[in-house]
Design a protein around this ligand. Structure first.
Ligand code: KG4
Ligand code: ZN
Length: 352
């Protein structure tokens, strides 16, 4: 009989819980332990090298490799933290959004561990976890604030009114910003994942190509990157039809500016609209050097504080999942039954 309601009750109001976090929504198999406000371990088994040969994540291959990697990743996270499963107060797991098969592996593992060790299971929204990556290195950060999550799957502006209360106030209607980075990289023949390569090459280039900046900006709470992507495709194909090769560094610098500048404009407008004094950025694309610079600059110009995680906590990891779960445990929220199912299209509650 799996009855953890009493244990779960005991977590209420506590800041000293030991939380095991598990993440498997895309191509990183990850586990981490968070306790007393500190990350005790953060283990990430990346599948990047496996998917690189296909030019992107192959969902079925991702699921299979999560299955292979997860047991040793969890073991290592517990060992490095110097705890046993018995010491863990609750297990937090990403149950959406993400690739359904990949999510299923992490959720199944977390359910099995929760059942075997009779521990509470806490369901975690991946995008909210990205936001929570910011608490790891910034103990002074406190809600309310506005967050931008820029990743391979999301470009979301979120109003964070408390540790467990999130409301979507703006997002892309089509491609996410990270997806656009990866597609442009592929066009230029750069290896997967394209974002870091565009970042590196873009720093050597000049933003001199005008990729229809205004057309993919933020209107009525919607951002769009498909127009920008098409503009880059057309530019490159046009040159190639005339027997010329694009200057990759200039394409990278110009694309980055065209992707980031309107996004930062939208974020600044949202900061003003919601009257917040703090902006938090998160997600894989938050490790982009140009975006980080622009966000810091915007904060100085408009007079708001800007927080961002170190790059290791921007891309997918389980430390952020454990932190998000710790807040739920403290507030007696998000306790999941053992028939928890992953939700590929899980959205942030409320808002548009
Ligand atoms: O958050 P994340 O690890 O996974 C998702 O939740 O999607 O984000 C991955 C995305 C990829 O599209 C990757 O190309 C992009 O983040 N990315 C970057 C950089 N590092 C990772 N994009 C631009 N510049 C970077 N330095
Ligand atoms: Zn992510």
């Amino acid at each position: 009989m799996y009855d953890i309601s009493k244990q779960y009750e005991k977590l209420k109001g506590r800041d000293d819980t030991v939380i095991l976090g598990i993440e498997s929504s895309c191509d990183e198999t990850a586990a981490a332990v968070f306790s007393h406000g500190r990350i005790l371990s953060n283990v990430i088994a990346s599948q990047i090298d496996i998917h690189r040969r296909y030019g992107g994540v192959v969902p079925e291959i991702a699921s299979r490799n999560h299955t292979l990697a997860l047991p040793s990743v969890v073991d290592e996270a517990l060992k490095t933290a110097g705890v046993t499963l018995g010491d863990v107060d609750a297990i937090g797991v990403t149950y959406g959004a993400g690739l359904i098969g990949a999510l299923l592996v992490g959720v199944s593992a977390a359910k099995a561990l929760a059942y075997a060790a009779a521990k509470p299971l806490i369901k975690v929204n991946h995008v909210e976890a990205h936001v929570c990556a910011n608490y790891i290195e910034h103990p002074d950060l406190k809600p309310p604030f506005l967050a931008l999550v820029a990743s391979g799957g999301h470009t979301s502006i979120i109003e964070v009114s408390s540790y467990c209360c999130y409301r979507l106030v703006g997002s892309t209607g089509d491609d996410a910003i990270g997806e656009a980075f990866d597609k442009v990289a592929r066009l230029l023949g750069l290896p997967y994942p394209g974002g870091p390569n565009i970042d590196r090459l873009g720093r050597e280039g000049r933003a001199i190509i005008d990729f229809v900046k205004k057309k993919h900006t933020f209107t009525d709470g919607k951002l769009s990157y498909s127009g920008l992507k098409t503009a880059v495709v057309n530019y490159i194909h046009n040159l190639r039809q005339h027997g010329e090769e694009p200057v990759a560094a200039d394409v990278c610098a110009s694309f980055t500016a065209a992707a980031v500048d309107p996004l930062m404009e939208a974020v600044c407008a949202a900061v003003e609209k919601f009257g917040t004094e703090t902006l938090v950025i998160a997600g894989g694309v938050a490790s982009n050097s140009y975006l980080r610079e622009k966000a810091a600059q915007a904060g100085k110009t408009h007079g708001f504080d800007v927080f961002m995680p170190s790059p290791i906590y921007c891309t997918d990891n389980a430390a952020m999942v454990a932190v998000r779960a710790a807040f739920s445990a403290r507030e007696s929220k998000d306790l999941a039954p053992l028939d928890l199912s992953p939700q590929s299209n899980l959205r942030i509650g409320g808002g548009i």
